[in-house]
Design a protein around this ligand. Structure first.
Ligand code: IMP
Length: 205
């Protein structure tokens, strides 16, 4: 089985990505003993994903194919916030009940048609040639008025995907249902399709 290094410390992402692309064995940073804080200072998801994979490659001697992702939630009524700053919205902690409630309260009674939002995920791949390729996936939806469901992570309980006609939150979907429509599912499947088509040319298969 092909092995690839997943440059993230978010355990939820590791679980989702392993489910989305089981044809890879995803080696985690923990497994290779990488404990440095990875910087995330860019203004776009592409910049951040690229910065993460470059940083890991620079500080780790490994021949594994290195893959990173950067993701976040863009809320139109908040001019795209929290966007690339989603992981640090209302603080660096992982208390997502507080963060979801904070976002709901920022939106107040904004009418439903104006609560449009999207999750974005960009995957960056560092090739042995030194080239870096990125793949983007998005999931369109709206922010609800309350937290619903117990699956997923982060802002899932307040995000109502368009694919389910805004009737369910992402946290009410099974992992398979979420992965089939999610930003991360779409970005990683685009990466996989590219490996299938171009992998030979870049020495990946
Ligand atoms: P990063 O990609 O590690 O910078 O973190 C992205 C942040 O965006 C997460 O910490 C969550 O706040 C949010 N986020 C990204 N993807 C998801 C998702 O699938 N569900 C819910 N929240 C997400």
């Amino acid at each position: 089985m092909r092995e690839a290094l997943l440059c993230t410390k978010n355990p939820h992402k590791v679980v989702e990505i392993q489910q989305i692309l089981p044809m890879f064995r995803w080696v985690t940073l923990e497994e290779v003993g990488f404990s440095l804080e990875i910087p995330e200072e860019g203004n776009t998801f592409e910049e951040n994903a690229t910065q993460k994979v470059i940083f890991v490659k620079k500080h780790l001697s490994s021949s594994l194919l290195a893959v990173s992702d950067d993701s976040g939630l863009e809320v139109d009524a908040l001019n795209g916030r929290p966007g690339v700053h989603s992981a640090r919205y209302l603080g660096n902690d992982r208390d997502y009940t507080r963060k979801c409630l904070g976002l709901l309260s920022e939106l107040g009674d904004t009418p439903f048609e104006k609560r449009t939002a999207r999750f974005v995920c960009v995957v960056a791949v560092f090739l042995s040639s030194g080239d870096i390729f990125t793949f983007r996936g998005t999931c369109e939806g709206r922010i609800g008025y309350e937290m619903r469901g117990s699956g997923g992570f982060g802002f899932d309980p307040i995000f109502l995907p368009e694919d389910y006609h805004y009737e369910k939150s992402l946290a009410e979907l099974s992992p398979e249902e979420k992965n089939a429509i999610s930003h991360r599912g779409r970005a990683f499947r685009a990466f996989h399709q590219w490996v299938e088509q171009e992998g030979k040319r870049y020495g990946l298969v």
